[in-house]
Design a protein around this ligand. Structure first.
Ligand SMILES: *Cc1c(COP(=O)(O)O)cnc(C)c1O
Length: 416
């Protein structure tokens, strides 16, 4: 075997941390990831730091001065992590990831707070999710706590120059990734793996559009998928594996051509038209039930079709805590909501729209943060979604404010 066993679907439901621990106990000979072994080689040629909201930021290729690399081999496990100057990788044409999509990744951000501190947002969740994703494509697990330490060590080097204290309220995007590597072309799990981390300035997709492009009206326009399915029960939609994204770009391009920002991925398109998620973000709908209660609905995790978004989870947690009867956070248009994770169909959305019961919709994710939705094209008909004061639904605006306050240190919170 490959030095690690592929867990059953049910054991994958356990947290990544538990998976990693079980794996180590059953394989005492191989080394786990160990942040204390990190070696640091600093660059001698610093790369230019782009100006906020510049063309270079929108190019999403101005990576920071350094990167982290960690090798895994079947016989030794995880080697010592290296922090070194950013630059190309050398891999053989036979490398597993180039043929069999043995690849997975994470997307997270580091924020420069208004209090001058650098913050990650719930990095334990991202690190654990990378373990879940890696196991789905037979890549080796690791202790996610060590990855979190490595991320912090990386940011201690590149953070100060790339997110200067003079620019509070800015962020860098972090991309930890794992690829199957090695020289053997056999159709089997790789005997060598590379984990690497890079950081890159990323545009604020929730507020701005590229320099020189005409300003866009607020709110995303979504095109509901028709023939194309992103993920299905028993598949791998719940993981951030590269194989989920390449096949979705065709629909995305078609949507863009027709004036839509993202695809709203539906499932069971012959019958129920279940709403799953939007682009690479989770989807939320707020509506009134026939009984007059306000519900905040998002797709459930149990069929493992959608990604367990860190932002999604945080929205659910905050809504359950703060959007309740008697809460000091309620005011004006913002009343208490019932937070519901359940299957939602486009037929229900259409009906609610006809009956005037839609309140608002928004997407959540690291890249798009919290962005309101203004319209959904379903079967070539455009459903208008209410947008509160015209720029955003009230719930979306409030959740965005709460999360932003945590990310940028305006309030003290265990997630930041
Ligand atoms: C990354 C991603 C999300 C959002 O997850 P966050 O952890 O909130 O960034 C949602 N859906 C898909 C398909 C994604 O790839």
């Amino acid at each position: 075997m490959n030095g690690h066993t592929v867990p059953s679907a049910s054991s994958l439901q356990a947290s990544g941390i538990q998976d990693a621990k079980t794996h180590l106990q059953s394989n005492p000979a191989i080394q786990d990831l160990d942040a204390s072994k990190l070696t640091i080689t600093r660059t001698t040629t610093l790369r230019p730091v782009p100006e906020p909201d510049s063309k270079e930021i929108w190019s999403v290729k101005a990576c920071t001065d350094h990167m982290v690399m960690v090798k895994w081999t079947e016989d030794a496990g995880w080697h010592a992590p290296e922090l070194k100057p950013y630059g190309p990788l050398t891999i053989m044409p036979t490398a597993s990831c180039l043929h069999y999509a043995t690849q997975c990744f994470e997307g997270m951000k580091v924020y420069r707070g208004y209090d001058g501190k650098l913050r990650l947002f719930r990095p334990d969740r991202n690190c654990a999710r990378l373990v879940t994703s890696s196991l789905r494509v037979s890549l080796p697990p690791f202790d996610p706590v060590e990855l979190e330490k490595i991320l912090k060590a990386f940011l201690a080097v590149d953070g100060p120059r790339w997110l200067p204290k003079s620019r509070p309220g800015t962020f860098l995007y972090l991309r930890p990734a794992m690829i199957g590597n090695g020289e053997q072309l056999g159709v089997s799990p790789p005997s060598e793996v590379l984990l690497f981390i890079l950081a890159v300035p990323w545009p604020d997709l929730s507020t701005s559009s590229p320099p020189g492009s005409p300003p866009k009206p607020p709110g995303l326009k979504l095109l509901a998928s028709k023939d194309d399915t992103r993920a299905w029960p028993g598949g791998f939609g719940y993981t951030k594996v590269g194989a989920n994204y390449g096949p979705s770009f065709g629909s995305q391009m078609e949507g863009r051509k027709r004036g839509y920002d993202q695809i709203l991925w539906l499932l069971n398109n012959k019958q129920e038209h279940e709403v799953t998620e939007a682009g690479a973000s989770n989807f939320f709908l707020v509506w009134k039930t026939r009984e007059g209660r306000t519900e905040m609905v998002t797709a459930p995790l149990d069929s493992k079709v959608i990604l367990d978004g860190v932002t999604r989870r945080s929205v659910l947690d905050l809504a359950k805590e703060r959007l309740v009867e008697g809460s000091r956070y309620l005011a004006g248009e913002v009343g208490p909501v019932d937070v519901v994770e359940r299957t939602l169909t486009m037929l229900e959305v259409e009906e609610a729209q006809r009956e005037g019961r839609l309140v608002e919709a928004f997407v959540s994710g690291t890249a798009y943060f919290i962005t309101p939705v203004s319209a959904i094209n379903f079967k070539d008909e455009e459903l208008d979604i209410p947008m509160g004061d015209g720029t955003s639904g009230h719930y979306a605006a409030l959740l965005k404010q709460w999360l932003g306050d945590i990310m940028y240190g305006n309030v003290d919170h265990p997630w930041g």
